[in-house]
Design a protein around this ligand. Structure first.
Ligand SMILES: Cc1cc2nc3c(=O)[nH]c(=O)nc-3n(C[C@H](O)[C@H](O)[C@H](O)COP(=O)(O)OP(=O)(O)OC[C@H]3O[C@@H](n4cnc5c(N)ncnc54)[C@H](O)[C@@H]3O)c2cc1C
Length: 497
């Protein structure tokens, strides 16, 4: 088997892997980063890009005096009933390092705006990246390359290689078919993201129904979790999952804000505009982003909107758990159907169609302007059915039945024009089950013993840490990545350094 030897081997090129690789390389180690996709980024590049942090330059400029201790306490309030399952030692590490990680990202070219509020945080702490979340991987991959990290894409790691009980490397297959081993004189860092795209683990930890629900990032298939479990590692909080929630299918046309190159001068210009231009001037840009990335508020259903599938049939109680049922429909999709009374209500505060917390709110007119591909409106039900591409008579019959018998206390859908938004699909956004790890990010067996030579970071190394609220996952990815990279680098035996 052809074999390459490095000081540190990093599996996965999302936020955690890039942070780990750069930290090990900064310490003078030779590092290879193996990424199965055509480019680094992972869920980090799919994210909205919020990082919740204290004591940042942004907070100081806004006159906010905040502390990691207060952040620690507020995180407990987000956790709610899950709180007893939290890993408080890892939570401490997270809150103690957020300002350092924002500074570090900014030093490498990432630009943030904010902070914005997100109760129950007692202070404004959420910082949002501009122009988009691809900025993280763009700047960190450049930084890694400048430090000599060997980034190999199209390289799928399939197995951990051991000598006795110690992990000494990995086996990987290049997309071209060649299989190679990569040995580490120091440590191997698993930073392969979560298992939102893996039917087996979703079924094992939650249910067979959830196993069938698509992931936003379908390529995160829990590979690191699977490989580490073969060596006795355990997954904590495997049932804690974000989703399933309904999101509109992605637009067929590219979205300007998502496509903007994450160059620093452009990002600085955008940050300046964000801080100085009046909201009415900024709104169209924010809306083009919001209506691309998000789903519909469940409030629409409370006000009487219904869900129909591709056969024009209502298939679920919208006020029950429609997300799992949506995943079982033909093509796994559905449409949200409503009349003009509901449309008028969802045209102004407080009834928004979508929101990115702390960023902005999108109303129905924003979808008409920005998402003509999923916006349907007609004076008649037949016209609406035609626009949606569902059988005309079936949709008319569905509304007739609903108005006659199915609507409980909700108002009838009877006031034209009629509207539909869709297709929507149910998605798992991310999973929170991470390998049990030490505070040094070493992977642990169920009995607490260390699997020598193996570290985990980011979603793979979440270790039972709860990251409720927005902006904690990315923070954890970068923070834990750097710690794991550093410790994997320190594992290199002195003679080999
Ligand atoms: C739509 C969406 C919005 C989000 N918004 C936010 C937000 O605003 N703020 C926030 O804090 N969090 C957010 N999150 C969560 C956050 O993005 C993730 O928790 C975080 O990016 C995880 O980082 P990571 O490095 O652990 O994993 P990832 O970024 O997913 O990176 C894992 C990498 O490993 C690679 N990989 C996997 N298996 C292998 C293998 N076998 N061999 C080689 N490579 C492999 C993957 O291809 C991927 O590139 C969001 C997530 C989603 C999906």
């Amino acid at each position: 088997m052809p074999t390459d030897v490095f000081d540190v081997v990093v599996v996965g090129g999302g936020g955690a892997g890039l942070a780990a690789a750069s930290e090990a390389a900064r310490l003078g180690r030779s590092v290879v980063l193996l990424e199965k996709n055509p480019e680094p980024g992972g869920s980090t590049s799919w994210s909205v890009g919020s990082i919740t942090a204290t004591n940042t330059p942004h907070q100081k400029r806004a006159g906010i005096q905040d502390t990691p201790q207060e952040h620690f306490e507020d995180l407990g309030r987000f956790a709610g009933s899950l709180a007893p399952r939290d890993n408080l030692a890892l939570r401490r590490i997270l809150v103690e390092h957020t300002n350092e990680i924002v500074d570090w990202l900014m030093a490498h070219g990432v630009v943030f705006v904010g902070p914005v509020p997100e109760p129950p945080h007692r202070y404004d702490r959420m910082h949002n990246v501009v122009p988009n979340s691809r900025s993280f991987a763009y700047h960190l991959a450049r930084h890694c390359r400048s430090l000599g990290v060997d980034i190999r894409v199209h390289t799928h790691v399939s197995r951990l290689v051991t000598e006795g009980k110690r992990v000494i490397g990995v086996e990987a297959r290049h997309a071209g078919g060649a299989v190679r081993q990569f040995h580490a004189r120091g440590g191997v860092v698993l930073a392969s993201g979560d298992y939102s795209g893996d039917r087996t683990l979703k079924t094992e930890f939650v249910s067979a129904d959830l196993g069938e629900v698509d992931a936003v990032n379908a390529t995160n298939t829990g590979d690191g979790h699977h490989m580490a479990r073969e060596l006795g590692a355990v997954v904590l909080n495997g049932d804690v999952i974000s989703g399933p929630i309904m999101r509109f299918i992605p637009p067929t046309r590219a979205n300007l804000l998502r496509e903007l190159p994450p160059w620093r001068p452009l990002a600085c210009l955008m940050a300046w505009c964000y801080e100085h231009l009046p909201p009415w001037l900024l709104r169209p840009f924010l809306m083009s982003f919001l209506t691309t990335a998000l789903g519909a508020s469940p409030n629409l259903f409370k006000h009487g909107a219904i869900l129909v599938n591709g056969s024009g049939e209502r298939y679920t109680d919208e006020l029950g758990n429609p997300n799992l049922d949506t995943a079982k429909q033909p093509g796994r999709m559905a449409w949200i159907v409503f009349d003009d009374e509901i449309a008028q209500r969802f045209s102004a505060w407080p009834n928004y169609v979508s929101t990115a917390p702390g960023v902005a709110y999108a109303y129905l007119a924003d979808y008409r302007r920005n998402r003509s591909d999923i916006y349907h409106q007609s004076g008649t039900l037949l016209g609406l059915a035609r626009s949606m591409g569902v059988p005309e008579e079936s949709l008319a019959r569905t509304l007739e039945d609903y108005n006659a018998t199915g609507r409980q206390a909700r108002a009838a859908l009877a006031t034209p024009p009629f509207y539909a938004l869709g297709p929507v699909k149910s998605y798992v956004i991310f999973t929170d089950g991470g390998l049990k790890v030490s505070e040094r990010l070493e992977v642990l067996r169920g009995d607490g013993s260390v699997i020598e030579g193996l570290y985990a970071a980011g979603a793979t190394g979440q270790g039972g840490l709860l990251l409720e609220g927005h902006g904690h996952h990315l923070g954890w990815a970068f923070i834990s990545g750097r710690i794991a990279g550093r410790n994997a680098a320190f594992d290199v035996p002195p003679r080999a350094k």
